[in-house]
Ligand binder design. Sequence first.
Ligand code: HEM
Length: 157
Amino acid sequence: MSRSMSISEYGLPRWARWTSAGMLVCLAMLLNACAHTASRSTLYQDLGGERGVALMIDEIVVELHADPKLADLFTETDDDYFKERLNEQICMLTGGGCEYTGLDMPEAHSGMDLSAAQFNDFVEACRRAMTRAGVQVGNQNRLLAILAPMRADVIHQ
Ligand code: HEM
């Protein structure tokens, strides 16, 4: 039998072998894509979900009160109310599915005339708090990247 009659060697003609190989590759790619989608977590989950975010916010409020450059701004603050609003807001922004019920950012900071330098101090305080709460640097950066565009709504209000 000639070489071209490979049907007897492999049980299938060459076109059928290529077609089944192609289908297997497609199936593998499809399964891989499904597995990837199913395993992709939200930043909220990566921050430790409800418990992790609550712990992180406790630490943020500790840092804001402890920072000599920021503490004066928070002497009159109702910490429980502030923590609840921050919690809702961060949960909403990071894919935790919460609804934010507080003031919008310009309104919340109106009359404070916060400077860019104070905004940076606030960010550094958040970074220290996140480190203390055990948030990985990559996740700290992900959260700060979400907060950064809000700067214009917070400063000089
Ligand atoms: C992206 C950055 C910021 C976010 C997401 C944020 C978020 C919030 C939220 C949710 C509230 C409560 C709103 C309400 O009353 O319903 C608030 C209030 C406040 N924020 Fe910010 N804030 C940011 C930046 C800053 C900065 C840079 C400062 C100061 C350096 C600051 C100081 C304050 C103060 C003093 C209050 C009022 C607290 C009180 O009720 O006594 N915030 N902020």
